[in-house]
Write a protein that binds this ligand. Structure first.
Ligand code: CUA
Length: 344
């Protein structure tokens, strides 16, 4: 390869790398941990920022000295050989003690925060939610209320209250992460992890599974919808009720199709409280499906067109989806969509 060609290749590579790097820079990202909207995430950022700048200063100092040494003492043809030394005790003691002191200083606020954020919140203001990772969607169970409420994909929480989550997995390792609200926590099979989050204002937050969990890992997204506590209480009360099963029109046909399609295939995976026999737990509980603004691992917004696309061929939307393509006839899809959208 000629030098010219090699240079061109390196240039092209650097240009592509720069584009990739700059693409990560955005001021309005919905998953931007640098703009927290809750005290947990804010405390983490307030620790991260000084540590980041200290680390940056150390990096510039050390790399700067390496570059200066490499340039200043490089081999010159015919030049004199630099003075050969075995070592420098003072310098070596210095660069052992200085980082140790620095790390000890950083560890004080770090360890304090690890303990304060790991503390189990107590009091009437705590909302307990059991979070279960599935390939590839998140399930939420509100365990403070009886009967408990189960939803999927979109977690609804009251503003200002501490949300204490039990995080588990039904299959492989996942990781729950809503950057604007707090740090991530792994969902590990056979183990229960915990995470506390607080949202300050009513909003819709974006999250993402943060641990590679096979084919559709990138499609395992989530939403957190926060609302004022009174609204949340009303939401819980609504969720506790059984579904109102439509008795007329296309939606009623859909309800029938849900029960009867391929001898109860839908019911074997999905629960709909209000339909006898619909008690499957493989897929999300659909009792109040239309209340969620997103579905299918938060890949799709809940609307007619997206539901039709999904039911026609789920794995085409979410590769590897446990729900296969059942080749549901178009008129059955239309009825099922009408039925699902009636489940407020
Ligand atoms: Cu679940 Cu990645």
């Amino acid at each position: 390869m000629t030098t010219k060609r090699a240079r061109r290749l390196v240039g092209a590579f650097l240009a592509i790398a720069a584009v990739g790097l700059l693409a990560a820079c955005s001021n309005v990202g919905p998953q931007d941990a640098l703009h927290p909207e809750g005290p947990v995430a804010r405390d983490q950022l307030n620790l991260f920022t000084p540590v980041f700048w200290i680390a940056t200063a150390v990096f510039v100092l050390v790399e700067g000295m390496v570059i200066v040494a490499a340039v200043k003492f490089r081999e010159r043809r015919g030049g004199p050989q630099p003075v050969q030394v075995h070592g420098n005790t003072k310098l070596e003691i210095g660069w052992t003690i200085a980082p140790a002191v620095l790390l000890a200083a950083i560890s004080v606020p770090t360890v304090a925060m690890i303990f304060s954020q790991a503390a189990v919140p107590t009091g009437d203001d705590v909302v307990h939610i059991k979070v279960t990772g599935h390939q590839w969607w998140w399930e939420y169970e509100y365990t403070d209320v009886d009967p408990p409420v189960k939803t999927g994909t979109e977690m609804v929480i009251p503003t200002g209250k501490k949300i204490y989550m039990e995080i588990e997995s039904a299959d492989v390792i996942h990781s729950f992460w809503v950057p604007k609200l707090g740090g991530k926590q792994d969902a590990i099979p056979g183990r229960t992890n915990h995470l506390t989050l607080v949202a300050e204002k009513p909003d819709l937050y974006y999250g993402q599974c943060a641990e590679f969990c096979a084919l559709s890992h990138a499609n395992m997204r989530l939403r957190v919808r926060s609302m004022p506590p009174a609204e949340f209480d009303a939401w819980i009360a609504g969720q506790q009720k059984d579904a109102v099963i439509p008795t007329s029109g296309l939606a009623a046909e859909g309800a029938r199709a849900f029960k009867e399609f391929q001898n109860g295939t839908c019911m074997s995976c999905h629960t709909i409280r209000g339909i006898e026999g619909a008690a499957g737990t493989v897929g999300p509980d659909l009792t109040h499906f239309a209340d969620r603004t997103w579905f299918a691992g938060a890949m799709l917004e809940t609307n007619k067109e997206n539901l039709i696309t999904w039911l026609r061929d789920p794995p085409a939307v979410k590769p590897g989806s446990l729900m296969p393509n059942y080749h549901i006839p178009e008129d059955t899809i239309a009825a099922l969509v009408e039925f699902l959208l009636s489940l407020k």
